[in-house]
Design a protein around this ligand. Structure first.
Ligand code: CA
Length: 223
């Protein structure tokens, strides 16, 4: 699950990104609204975490100007009054939390937002007997749960969303890694190897295929 954090307090932004990464989210961090626009222009996000007091404007005004089909927005702010909460929600925020907020609760609220009907992501993805729950980051083959790390889960999810296509390397890397992570040439292949191993352990071997220099695809999954 890819999250854009829009927060000008660098320390808080870093803590948040680290906390969410440990809980299975892939995070990018924008320090201003202009920076957030730049990120949004090139990448899709599953959810946004938005501070309201930003150096180049007010998050509420920015939120009002977002297109109608934007990703779910969790406002995270020091503004605690009821009136301010209502303003935030009226502007199009999907949820509202007051700082300081516990990373576990933020992660839980983000997962809840993604489970809501009408959000871009389907509740769960199924390809043959392979199941993936994007909200809980849980995968299973038939009744066997797959014990996947964050990156392996993100790779599987990306491939399962496009089961009939070779998914380009770049698309996969965008889904797995944040922008500030350095990706070595072999990193993705290592993630794919670990995923293959986990799938094989669950009885679903031979599913993750590579087309050298192009990308990866999911083989036919048994029912
Ligand atoms: Ca701020």
């Amino acid at each position: 699950m890819r999250v854009l954090i829009i927060e000008d307090n660098e320390r808080l932004s870093l803590l948040l990104a680290e906390g969410l990464a440990r809980r299975g989210f892939s995070c990018d961090a924008a320090g201003s609204l202009a920076e957030a626009d730049d990120f949004l222009a090139v990448t899709g996000y599953d959810a946004l975490v938005l501070d309201l007091g930003l150096p180049d404007g007010d998050g509420v005004d920015w939120l009002r100007a977002l297109t109608a089909d934007h990703a779910p927005v969790l406002v995270l702010t020091a503004r605690a009054s009821i009136g301010e909460r209502v303003t935030g929600l009226d502007a199009g925020a999907d949820d509202y939390m007051v700082k300081p907020a516990d990373p576990d609760e933020i992660a839980a609220r983000l997962r809840a937002l993604l489970r809501r009907p009408g959000t871009r992501d389907p509740a769960r993805i199924e390809v043959g007997a392979l199941h993936f729950d994007p909200a809980g980051r849980e995968a299973r083959f038939r009744d066997t749960p797959l014990r996947l790390g964050r990156r392996e889960a993100a790779l599987l999810e990306t491939l399962m969303r496009r089961p009939d296509a070779v998914v380009p390397r770049e698309t996969i890397e965008n889904a797995i890694y944040s922008w500030d992570e350095t990706v070595s040439a072999n990193a993705l292949e290592a993630v794919a190897s670990r995923l293959r191993r986990r799938l094989a352990e669950a009885g679903a071997g031979g599913l993750v295929h590579v087309v050298r220099g192009v990308g990866y695809y999911l083989g036919e999954v048994a029912e």
